[in-house]
Design a protein around this ligand. Sequence first.
Ligand SMILES: [Zn+2]
Length: 133
Amino acid sequence: MRIPGYWRNTQFFYRLAGWKCVHCGAFHHYKPVVCKRCGSREFAQAELPSSGKLITYTIVRSPPRGFELFAPYAIGLIELEDGTRILSQLTDFKENELKDEIKVEAVFRRVRINGDQGIIEYGYKFRPALRRS
Ligand SMILES: [Zn+2]
């Protein structure tokens, strides 16, 4: 691994956190008014595991506004180690590396450039796990 990449990851490592429905366990990135899955209004803060496996993915070639610089890019459905399923952009892969069920891990990356002022937003993406054990 190159040194600048290493330091960027350790300095800004971003934990996957959000809200879990107390009743059905559905995960929400932002605290919702009602659970999309079961209609409950009770949520608990939750931290998610930072690794899991890739269930499926798609390559986006016509991106929404703000994501043009990243196209084409891949969006994956990921099942984390605790069974939570989330959608996330994928990064740091060669196209032949993306297969269903491969192990993936969260990394902190630039996720989009916002508007004409070029404000850069950071967040997590997933990449194929470096340790495949
Ligand atoms: Zn629920």
